[in-house]
Design a protein around this ligand. Structure first.
Ligand code: SF4
Ligand code: SF4
Length: 428
């Protein structure tokens, strides 16, 4: 790794000083729980960042490894009495580490292709989805997983990719049914149409049933959250500008997001820009319009029709980290579930702890990801739930693959799928 100028370069030194070393975050950190090592805890990572900034430690491979090991779940932020902004600190450090690290040419090429050519392009994502489906159907995926070594295992966790006709994109406008109460923008997302297009359809169908006309600007593909979490801050800024401009064309309509990770990033995207940059204010105005699906739908359901489902329960709600810790949204999904007739909800122990998905973490570090998931699966088993409800594609993927590996037949659904099915019993 190249040496870098430290204090103002690699880490956010000012933010690191907020930590008062109380240690209250340690037991909530999934990586600390795995290793028991201080360096793998939030306090330990902040200590390392501070040591680098003060030139007491070189930003070497060990430092980079502890930064990469973090799931960026932000559970530490929720429990921190000092208000440490750990997520922002970690994104900043990863962004600068990416610039400082001398990667092998192949790794550099893979990052460039993935972040700059595939994720922002609907055409490339469609092609990738079709190639993965072909590999799954022919069994070549097993060979690819083997060739991929330690990281290849994540390929086997992918759900069965549906054929192209089932991966329908959202129409630019989905009209309200039975009288329009409101308009909203919706985020179609990058991987959602390839893996969970049914969730996107459920989202706009349930909004339509609640009298909301939804608009999916066709030019918006990826929000850039994966870029920001994985050290490509320039790529994240480029996508943020494009996204903000597209939703500005919808006036001040709220923007409804069914992916907790994307929603959290969109609500905070102004942090990508310096306050002196005109995009900072535009991003702030945009961020103020972003609503998680549950946040938007809960009040509409409270004074609207009660959905009714006939799925066999009980149902357990698992809080996506970027919904509860990053967005502070906890009550609304529970209110939505409570409003659905036929849903018997049971508590899930540790529902706010990370499932190990963490964006592309489960692909990059499949062994750690599975180790983090295991206590979640055990808690689900103890809960007696037959349906696991979540609100983030990564979590949905992680639960589906983890339960499949364990031979469990517990069903995994997105909250929007339940609401849509409940409002249109014929569609369940
Ligand atoms: S973000 Fe999550 S994994 Fe990272 S230090 Fe905080 S609690 Fe631990
Ligand atoms: S809870 Fe906050 S202040 Fe206490 S050690 Fe953790 S990050 Fe530092």
């Amino acid at each position: 790794m190249a040496s870098v100028s430290t204090r103002e370069g690699l880490v956010d030194y000012a933010k690191s000083l907020d930590c008062i070393h109380c240690g209250l975050c340690l037991q909530f950190c999934p990586t600390f729980r795995l290793t028991g090592a201080e360096a793998s805890s939030p306090r330990g990572r902040i200590h390392l960042m501070r040591a680098v900034a003060e030139d007491r430690l070189a930003p070497d491979a060990t430092f980079a490894e502890e930064m990469d090991f973090c799931l960026l779940c932000r559970h530490c932020e929720s429990v921190c009495p000092a208000g440490v902004e750990f997520g922002q600190m970690m994104e900043y450090t990863r962004g600068n580490l990416t610039a400082a690290v001398e990667r092998k040419p192949l790794a550099r090429l893979a990052r460039w292709v993935g972040f700059r050519r595939v994720l922002p392009s609907r055409l490339a994502l469609r092609l990738l989805g079709s190639l993965l489906r072909l590999a799954q159907v022919t069994g070549l995926i097993k060979l690819a997983a083997k060739l991929g070594g330690r990281r290849g295992a994540g390929l086997l966790d992918l759900p069965a990719i549906p054929p192209l006709p089932s991966r329908r994109l959202l129409p630019a406008v989905t009209p309200a049914r039975g009288g329009k109460r409101a308009s909203a923008g919706v985020l179609e997302g990058c991987v959602m149409p390839e893996l969970f297009s049914r969730v996107n359809r459920a989202t706009v169908q349930s909004l339509a049933a609640l009298g909301v006309e939804s608009h999916a600007p066709p030019g918006v593909v990826c929000c850039g959250s994966l870029h920001a979490h994985n050290g490509d801050l320039d790529g994240a800024r480029e996508l943020a500008r494009k996204m903000i401009a597209a939703y500005e064309s919808l006036g001040d309509a709220p923007v409804v997001v069914n992916s907790a990770g994307c929603g959290a990033h969109m609500k905070e995207c102004h942090h990508l820009f310096d306050e002196s940059d005109p995009w900072h204010e535009r991003a702030k105005a945009f961020a103020g319009r972003v609503r998680d699906y549950a946040e938007f739908v809960a009040p509409l359901l409270a004074d609207g029709p009660a959905p009714r489902v006939s799925l066999a329960g009980p149902f357990a709600w698992d809080d996506p980290c970027h919904l509860c810790h990053a967005q502070g949204v906890r009550a609304e999904p529970r209110a939505v579930l409570a409003r659905i007739e036929g849903v018997e909800a049971v508590p899930l122990e540790g529902s706010e702890s990370c499932c190990g998905s963490a964006g592309i973490y489960s692909l990059l570090r499949p062994e750690d990801s599975r180790a983090v998931f295991e206590p979640k699966r055990e808690a689900l088993e103890r809960s007696g739930a037959r349906v696991l409800v979540t609100a983030n594609p990564g979590c949905q993927l992680q639960w589906e693959s983890g339960l499949r590996r364990a031979g469990s037949d517990v069903r995994v659904v997105h909250l929007a799928e339940l609401v849509a099915a409940g409002l249109r019993p014929d569609a369940e």
